[in-house]
Design a protein around this ligand. Structure first.
Ligand SMILES: Cc1cc2nc3c(=O)[nH]c(=O)nc-3n(C[C@H](O)[C@H](O)[C@H](O)COP(=O)(O)O)c2cc1C
Length: 386
């Protein structure tokens, strides 16, 4: 169905197609139970408890697609095991001038410089508090209002205002300190500033009776040689010393690895965060690095280029307990979620895992061809067990 609709959607400017898709998802109530029936796939090997929450499967919707939390029941109906809404900021924000979203079909990628447009926590928080029961975990990704005039203590207060407004409705909260798309830059992805932010955030969380899991979303390593920002070890250290509950790895990439899309087209598009398949290796590398540095102490959500059961499996073996996707959904449509879940269950079972937890970080124990296929062929979509 989506494959037939895609040419129509792709004939529209990317942001218009996005808004149309979101409107369909938002008003899908009459067909939701049919969609749910068709796309249903459960397997006990995919289910796990993390942070006291039940995840029926590890495939989640990444932040940025449903920034204003308008279609959460739809994402649940198409089979996501959890949904992350946002980024949400204390004040409503318009984002950058359009055009600000671009397709790179040859690379199955997107470039965006949306600039954190969202309706603000008052509206979004109210919407979240009205969500029906029985949904999978709903995480809220929060960010500082990207107003360069909000600095220092005011910046921390801006963040904590948002946290306090969603503290009862969120299953978990992700602190977005790594958005590459604001003129003010990544003000909190730096050890000293992050230390101050986490101090305030975790104090608020610890003062409540409920242990709301707090995750930190980081940038992928820049360049194809996976060079990390020199601060990465300090950032991990700061997060762990404050008792952060997990990481989301990774946000979009501001540099440009080798791409199929002609360079002149990339130059024409200009600045923005790259997402989709070209981000897969870099984000997996960050997952692996975090898993090793933290000795697997906290769960990691792997995001960036997840587009198949194989890419999902690679990230789990590298250390991800959960996964998220955005760009692949634009290219493949809602049935992708079921396809990944089916393929992933098969891969887990073929490799002798009874639960997903056993596979997390197990890459050295698994005889698995870790090199990435260059082109997806039917044989590669259904690899033989080793
Ligand atoms: C158009 C667009 C908007 C995004 N907005 C956000 C956002 O508001 N907050 C955030 O943390 N990540 C945002 N992201 C990043 C995604 O959550 C994800 O980290 C990234 O796209 C990599 O995953 P993917 O390759 O599956 O798309 C956005 C991505 C895209 C493509």
């Amino acid at each position: 169905m989506y494959k037939r609709l895609r040419p129509l959607l792709f004939s529209l400017p990317p942001e218009s197609a996005h808004n149309l898709g979101l409107a369909v998802a938002r008003f899908s109530k009459p067909v939701r139970s049919t969609v749910k029936g068709v796309l249903r796939y459960d397997a006990s090997v995919l289910s796990q408890y993390l942070w006291g929450l039940q995840f029926n499967n590890p495939i989640g919707l990444a932040a940025g697609l449903d920034k204003n939390a308008v279609a959460v029941p739809f994402w649940a109906a198409i089979g996501f095991g959890f949904v992350e809404v946002g980024s949400v900021s204390a004040r409503a924000w318009k984002g950058n001038p359009k055009p600000r979203l671009f397709r790179l079909p040859a690379d199955r990628a997107l470039i965006n410089r949306m600039g954190l447009n969202n309706q603000g926590v008052e509206k979004i928080g109210a919407r979240l508090s009205r969500l029906p029961n029985g949904l999978p975990p709903v995480g809220v990704n929060i960010v500082k209002t990207p107003d360069a005039k909000i600095l220092g203590a005011a910046a921390i207060e801006d963040f904590t205002t948002t946290l306090e407004s969603v503290i009862t409705s969120a299953s978990y909260v992700t602190l977005n300190v790594s958005c590459p798309n604001t003129s003010e830059g990544k003000t909190f992805e730096e050890p000293e500033a992050l230390d101050g932010l986490l101090e305030a955030v975790l104090k608020i969380r610890n003062d409540t009776r409920r242990h709301l899991p707090i995750l930190v979303k980081l940038s992928p390593p820049v360049s194809t040689r996976f060079v990390f920002d020199s601060f990465i070890d300090e950032i991990i250290e700061v997060c762990m010393s404050h008792g952060v509950d997990g990481f989301v790895a990774a946000n979009t990439l501001s540099s440009r690895p080798e791409l199929q899309t002609p360079t002149r087209e990339i130059l024409r598009i200009g600045v923005g965060g790259l997402s989709g398949e070209p981000l897969d290796d870099a984000s997996t590398h960050l997952v692996r690095y975090l898993y090793r540095r933290t000795e697997g102490l906290v769960p990691i959500v792997g995001v960036g280029g997840v587009s198949s059961a194989e890419s999902a499996f690679r990230k789990i073996l590298a250390g991800a307990s959960l996964l998220q996707l955005y760009t692949a959904l634009v290219y493949e449509g809602p049935s992708l979620v079921k396809q990944i879940k089916m393929g992933l269950s098969q891969l887990l079972i073929e490799h002798g895992f009874q639960t997903i937890k056993q596979a997390v970080g197990a890459e050295e124990r698994v005889r698995w061809r870790l090199e990435k296929p260059t082109r997806r062929t039917p044989a590669q979509q259904h690899p033989q067990g080793t």
